[in-house]
Design a protein around this ligand. Structure first.
Ligand code: SAM
Length: 271
């Protein structure tokens, strides 16, 4: 009986949660943008083992609407503490986890010294790249991991949308628009891959081709997520290796090594 049966987290363009069960063991798997847009869902090559979560004390740092909080709860975490700066994110997560706190992930050890070395599993998914100082954010979360335990990080990689000149052009256009309505209209424009004379001709031709062939468009919320954050860094692997050392981790295991045109690094760190 799959432990994860029936679990469905909110879907996003950039990554989608799927679950699988092998020999009674449940795993978390995620799919990444490039392949999802072109072919559907791509599972991680290696899973986050459920035993690093089940019965453990977990922190969801930058929980957003709480999808990973929900996953950790369903996997049997002993406790999940969910933190974010966004009030609406916390309101959403509070629907299923009362254990939420408004907190800046850049300052976890300063604001919560009792959390230093206190968590068995820290989920840090899609957050550091939205901050002004990704290393500071990483070290802050790293400080909360107990010796011998785990931190799961997802950051954008060089092979994905966030490293493309087109995305930067679209982000520039988005942020030049002054009203919410205009911005939302632009999100739809990007989502539908409409012709745009501000883009290079080859981009428009490619969009035309993708639309004619009926390629998957992702989701509107995914496009908004791509355009809206003020920061959306791409982090090279060498930098992540440096973070491992600075954060006091003995291991940084890449969970999607076989992905072609890798759009994100999914990394399980162990202290
Ligand atoms: C792209 S969302 C990812 C949310 C969630 N981890 C997920 O995968 O669904 C980034 C989240 O990080 C939060 N965030 C960004 N900077 C933060 C900070 N300095 N402190 C706490 N939360 C932050 C945002 O409010 C947002 O909810």
């Amino acid at each position: 009986m799959p432990v994860m049966a029936g679990l469905l987290a909110p879907r996003r363009t950039s990554n989608t949660l799927t679950t699988a069960s092998t020999n009674g063991r449940a795993f978390i798997r995620m799919a990444s943008t490039t392949s999802m847009i072109l072919r559907g869902v791509r599972k991680l090559d290696e899973s986050v083992p459920v035993e690093v979560i089940r019965g453990r004390r977990c922190l969801d740092a930058g929980c957003g609407m709480g999808r990973w909080t929900r996953v950790m709860q369903r996997l049997g975490a002993a406790e999940v503490v969910s933190v974010d700066v966004s009030k609406s994110a916390l309101e959403s997560t509070r629907r299923f986890n009362p254990n939420t706190q408004r907190c800046d992930v850049m300052k976890l050890p300063e604001v919560h010294p009792e959390w230093v070395g206190a968590f068995d599993f820290v989920n840090f998914w899609g957050v550091v790249m939205c901050t002004h100082d990704p290393l500071k954010a990483f070290l802050s979360a790293a400080a909360t991991v107990r010796d011998g335990d785990y931190l799961f990080l997802m950051v954008y990689a060089e092979g994905g949308l966030h490293h493309q000149p087109l995305t930067n052009l679209q982000r520039k256009i988005f942020h030049s628009l002054s009203s919410v309505e205009e911005r939302l209209r632009f999100v739809e424009h990007v989502f539908h891959r409409r012709w745009d004379w501000r883009y290079p001709l080859r981009v428009n031709l490619k969009n035309l081709y993708l639309n004619l062939r009926g390629f998957h468009k992702g989701t509107l919320v995914g496009v908004l997520d791509m355009l809206e954050p003020w920061y959306n860094w791409v982090i090279p692997w060498q930098i992540i290796e440096g973070w491992r050392e600075k954060g006091g981790f003995r291991e940084a295991r890449l969970l999607n090594p076989k992905e072609e045109r890798r759009c994100a690094y999914h990394v399980l760190f162990r202290k």
